[in-house]
Ligand binder design. Structure first.
Ligand code: F6R
Length: 612
């Protein structure tokens, strides 16, 4: 959700800023801009639309050279996507330039305050208020002005700030939105995300809540609640060991396909990190038997696809560990006065580790006395930092806005966690435990088999590429996967989709089924197969076309009712979500491709939703 970048050093700031923004464009892509310091003057260039438009517009600009600059790629919150509302936002004197990720909740009262002081505004953004406020407090010390201004802000912010009177520094400030400082050789950087810096440095420092960083080319000073410290490259910084290849598309046309195809590898890596020699190894997680015994309830809290993992998690944990589980959308949980106390474990699932609602839900849970275990993909992210226990998914950097590989890795962790609880609560026999663990370990190979047959999904997508709506139906675990399949198809191909529990359709929604409506059905739970087939007959009788996903043991029965069928490899019913979601991911990808959609950057979306 908005990408921030900053550079200070001896090289051309513009080139670095534009390259960094390109790497972070997935965070927001409705407009972009840069401010570059030339001598004691700030030059700002910004454009509505994709970064390429900004790049083109900068080609013939003379005054974009300088060694200090900030940049931004935007996902609009306050004010539509326009040149004026794009960041950087400058104060009217031109002295202060700001890029911002987050939302300033009290910007109206601050704006009124500044209007009374004679300030004039030209944009609809909350960020312009920040720039003017810093300018208002500026006497002769940039740092003091920023410090005073941010103390007046309510809401969330990651800020990169330039001041023309002090061109030897960038100031960065953070609250509830991610921001990192990168340490280079005679140059330093700020960014929302490691991706933007990885080609320049592996040494990064994640700003903590309420930190203000003064970034000069040869020195970074952090002012925090704990006092002032000059960053030591070796002592204070994390070394990022990512493969540089991970930030490119490789041989694929889109990150989404690259990430779908990476799934066997990253799933195996994640499973191997938690299962050693056929046994679950949670030593590093730190849960104790005494603590587990004190639990009466588990909550799983997340947003979007991560929430869908939670829906699978509820079925699986309840079935295996026999403990009551509630799964909640983080945006609801945080405001509903949840019945959480010391005897509750709250599991927060998040790829980015920065989702604003999930972070707020985590804080609410802790306030109510619960401990929080998070399942997170980004090491050192806010959710990971603030949790009592953390399990990392090892999906690697996920760049396509629509999640695929992170979802699969989260699923695998949820299974392992359920088995771990079952083992500790003694609700599973040794034989069953071994059987499930063996199945889990075999899943990456089975997933590979599906990917080898991916052209079958292209054919299905071709057949249904002109649909305007689709229904996904299934029961229990299949219903949970339907939710994810439906979200995937709608977000990348803009087909209106709904996921329904198969038995629920006839309680109203079946009125929408007419001749030609596509119904995508999941039937991977043997004992529920006949029940869902009955629901399929109901929609078929009303003219629906049916695409079914099941296993080969149901071949003859399913062929009688479905127009198209995809068979996933046989696996234990309980673990089928890990496999059945893959054809749905591929179908979504191919549908989006055939419909000419912008697969990696679907309209209106952004990766990492750091506003509520
Ligand atoms: C959908 C998707 C989103 C995320 C959601 C939570 O493809 O990616 O629904 O799952 O925004 O994000 P994280 O997992 O980063 O908390």
């Amino acid at each position: 959700m908005c990408g921030i970048i900053g550079y200070i050093g001896n090289n051309d700031a513009k080139a670095f800023l534009l390259d960094g923004l390109e790497k972070m464009e997935y965070r927001g892509y409705d407009s972009s801009g840069i401010s570059v310091m030339s001598g004691n003057k700030i030059h700002t260039f910004k454009k509505r639309g994709r970064l390429q438009i900004l790049r083109e517009s900068l080609k013939n600009q003379q005054d974009v050279s300088g060694f200090v600059g900030i940049g931004h790629t935007r996902w609009a919150t306050h004010g539509g996507a326009s040149d004026i509302n794009a960041h950087p936002q400058n104060s009217q004197s031109g002295r202060i330039s700001v890029v911002h990720n987050g939302i300033i909740e009290n910007y109206i009262s601050l704006k009124n305050f500044l209007l009374e002081k004679g300030f004039k505004f030209i944009s609809d953004t909350d960020t312009e208020v920040v720039a003017q406020l810093i300018d208002f407090y500026y006497k002769d010390n940039f740092f003091e002005a920023v410090k005073t201004a941010v103390s007046k802000l309510e809401g969330s912010y990651a800020l990169g700030i330039l001041c023309s009177n002090e061109p030897d520094k960038i100031i960065a400030a953070k609250k509830d939105s991610p921001l990192i400082v990168g340490i280079g050789e005679d140059e330093n950087y700020i960014a929302s995300d490691v991706t933007a810096l990885i080609s320049k440095t592996r040494k990064i420092y994640r700003l903590e809540e309420n930190d203000i960083a003064v970034v000069k080319k040869d020195k970074v000073t952090i002012y925090s609640n704990a006092g002032k410290k000059v960053l030591d490259r070796d002592k204070d910084c994390t070394t990022i060991d990512w493969d540089i290849e991970s930030v490119g598309k490789g041989n694929y046309d889109h990150f989404m396909m690259k990430e779908i195809m990476q799934q066997p590898k990253v799933l195996k890596k994640t499973i191997d990190s938690l299962i050693k020699n056929g046994k679950i190894d949670f030593l590093d997680v730190g849960l104790t038997d005494e603590y587990l015994k004190s639990l009466s309830k588990i909550f799983i809290v997340a947003c979007g696809s991560a929430y869908h993992v939670g829906v699978v998690g509820r079925y699986v944990v309840e079935k295996l560990a026999k403990i009551s589980v509630e799964v909640e959308l983080a945006s609801e949980f945080r405001y509903k006065e949840p019945l959480v106390d010391e005897s509750s474990l709250v599991i927060v699932i998040s790829q980015s580790g920065e989702t604003a609602d999930s972070l707020a839900a985590l804080r609410e849970a802790k306030k109510l006395g619960a401990k929080v275990l998070s399942i997170v993909n980004v090491v050192g992210s806010s959710i990971a930092n603030e949790s009592d226990y953390v399990i990392y998914t090892l999906a690697g950097q996920e760049i396509a806005v629509a999640t695929t590989k992170a979802y699969s890795c989260q699923l695998s962790v949820v299974y392992i966690l359920a088995l771990y609880f079952a083992e500790r609560f003694k609700s599973i026999s040794d034989d069953d435990l071994s059987k499930y663990i063996a199945e889990l370990i075999s899943l990456p190979d089975k997933l590979e088999l599906i990917l080898q047959q991916k052209d079958e999904l292209l054919e299905i997508a071709q057949k249904y590429k002109d649909i305007s709506c689709a229904f996904f139906i299934g029961r229990t675990l299949d219903y949970a996967v339907c939710m994810e399949g439906s979200l995937k198809l709608k977000e990348v191909s803009y087909v209106h989709c709904e996921a329904y529990a198969a038995g629920e359709l006839k309680h109203g929604t079946i009125s929408l089924i007419e001749k030609g409506t596509l119904v995508i059905a999941l039937l991977t739970q043997d004992e529920l197969f006949d029940k869902t087939v009955s629901n399929l007959r109901e929609v078929k009788a009303r003219g629906a076309r049916i695409f079914a996903i099941t296993t080969a043991n149901h071949r003859s029965k399913i062929n009688e009712v479905a127009d198209d069928v995809y068979f996933i490899p046989e696996c234990l019913n309980l673990m089928s979500p890990v496999l059945s979601v893959i054809p749905l991911q591929l179908l979504s990808y191919y549908s989006a491709f055939l419909r000419g959609c912008d697969i990696d950057k679907p309209r209106n979306l952004a990766k990492s939703v750091t506003v509520e």
